[in-house]
Design a protein around this ligand. Structure first.
Ligand code: OMD
Ligand code: FE2
Length: 446
């Protein structure tokens, strides 16, 4: 049993779980008995093509009171601020930064997780299963008799303010800021919130998140598999007289169908296709202990690989609290231009390259090849700093969604949201030339 409830531990394992109220509800020795224990229905949820190699084959068997198909037809509903149209507004290669995205007040308007989804940027194509979207969720109310499932891709959810109680077909997960969860394609879920709540979502189309390979690091380190937690089976046999609404995100649009019962009626399940959560505190950071600033890929928690070796559709990278010990080194992030797109968010604290301006609940986007790096203040301080061992980012958690796709910002992100920081570029304006042609590099070989 893990802290905060019951979970099964391990990444990508074959698991099996029965609600303790129904012992023996998992069929033994086969998936489709003529009649299932407790007269349940058997239903397979496939997360990969049937024919995928074993290493990438994902599916789970759900034993439920009614099959998912027991619903009225889906009808199109307003998709609010969700979009997959990457041409809503013209492209903008500038360094972009957003102030904290404001959460609507419950006293003014009740907004739940689904109606509070706002697409900020993305690229690629849902129908060809290649691409991603980054959404911000801003909500103040629980999803009441409403659940969502996403036909388009997987959601990696990063809560920043407020806890999420997530009901899924596999069981319940409680998620606090500094934890993340992944709800994979097709899984029905409903979210209860307890206050004005905010967070970030990385949605990837057509791929699933994996742990990065460790190469010479060895068999252990970074996000360790045992720290990923999977819910245990939990069901409710609840009739919903007015009708329960199942919402489906399909081709980037929203559809709703009514059904008479709660969808969380799975009594037992087994398989390797499940939702899971992970506490970022458990990340075992590896970094430079001699000199120089290592590339941020050392902090990859999860990766959604493209078909090109070493190139991700998206990586989820964190900047956790740690020791900085590198000698003769400018320790903060270096100035750089990256062929990848870098979206950053801040869960708490201050990011090491920008003490001010980049705030918890805000974000930044440095697009492909757009120059960026520490602000002028950070440069001055770090160039003069005495290089003693020091704690970096204590009490802080910043993260990056890094993508090989060139991300387009939505109309909401660039025009309508009103949180764009028009003055971002000014943080680099005080940078001055320190060029002194006659001096020698004090730390170099000659
Ligand atoms: O731009 C950023 O702040 C993210 C980042 C951090 C780092 O340590 C090195 C490269 C990089 O893109
Ligand atoms: Fe960067």
């Amino acid at each position: 049993m893990a802290k905060g409830g019951k979970y099964i531990s391990g990444f990508g394992n074959e698991c099996a779980s029965e609600d303790p109220r129904c012992p023996g509800s998992l069929p033994e020795g086969q998936n489709n008995p003529q009649v299932c224990p407790y007269n349940l229905y058997a239903e397979q949820l496939s997360g990969s093509a049937f024919t995928c190699p074993r290493s990438t084959n994902k599916r789970s068997w759900l034993y439920r009171i009614l099959p998912s198909v027991s619903h009225k037809p889906f009808e199109s509903i307003d998709r609010g601020h969700i979009t997959h149209n990457w041409d809503e507004v013209g492209s903008d290669p500038n360094q972009l930064r957003w102030k904290p995205f404001e959460i609507p007040k419950a006293s003014q308007k009740k907004v739940d997780f689904v109606s509070g989804l706002h697409t900020l940027c993305g690229a690629g194509d849902i129908r060809s299963n290649n691409g991603l979207a980054i959404h911000i969720f801003l909500c103040n109310s629980s999803m009441e008799n409403r659940c969502l499932y996403n036909s388009d891709g997987d959601f990696l959810i990063v809560p920043q303010k407020g806890k999420l109680l997530i009901y899924t077909e596999f069981g319940k997960m409680l998620l606090q800021p500094n934890e993340i969860c992944v709800i994979q394609r097709g899984m029905r879920f409903s979210i209860d919130v307890f206050e004005e709540t905010r967070g970030y979502i990385l949605e990837v189309y057509g791929v699933h998140f994996e742990l990065p390979d460790l190469g010479p690091i060895g068999a252990n380190g970074l996000a360790n598999p045992r720290d990923f937690l999977i819910p245990v089976a939990w069901y409710e046999d609840r009739q919903v007289p007015g009708g329960y609404t199942v919402i489906n995100k399909y081709h980037g649009n929203l559809f709703a169908a009514k059904q008479e019962v709660s969808p969380f009626n799975v009594v037992a399940w087994h398989g390797n296709y499940t939702p899971y959560k992970y506490n970022l505190e458990n990340f075992m950071a590896i970094n430079a202990v001699a000199f120089d600033h290592a590339d941020p890929s050392i902090f990859t928690v999860l990766t959604a690989k493209s078909v090109r070796p070493g190139v991700a559709i998206a990586d989820f990278v964190i900047f956790p609290p740690r020791w900085g010990v590198a000698d003769k080194t400018f320790r903060p992030p270096y100035y750089h231009r990256n062929c990848m797109s870098e979206f950053m968010g801040l869960i708490k604290g201050h990011y090491e390259a920008k003490q001010d301006g980049f705030m918890p609940g805000g974000g930044s986007l440095h697009s492909a090849m757009t120059p960026h790096g520490p602000d002028a203040d950070c440069f001055e301080k770090a160039s003069m700093a005495k290089l003693v061992p020091e704690r970096i980012a204590d009490g802080t958690m910043a993260f990056m969604f890094e993508s090989s796709l060139s991300l387009a910002v939505t109309k909401w992100g660039l025009k309508t949201c009103s949180f764009l920081d028009e003055n971002y570029y000014k943080c680099w304006e005080p940078l001055r030339s320190h060029f002194t042609p006659k001096s020698r590099n004090p730390t170099g070989p000659n």
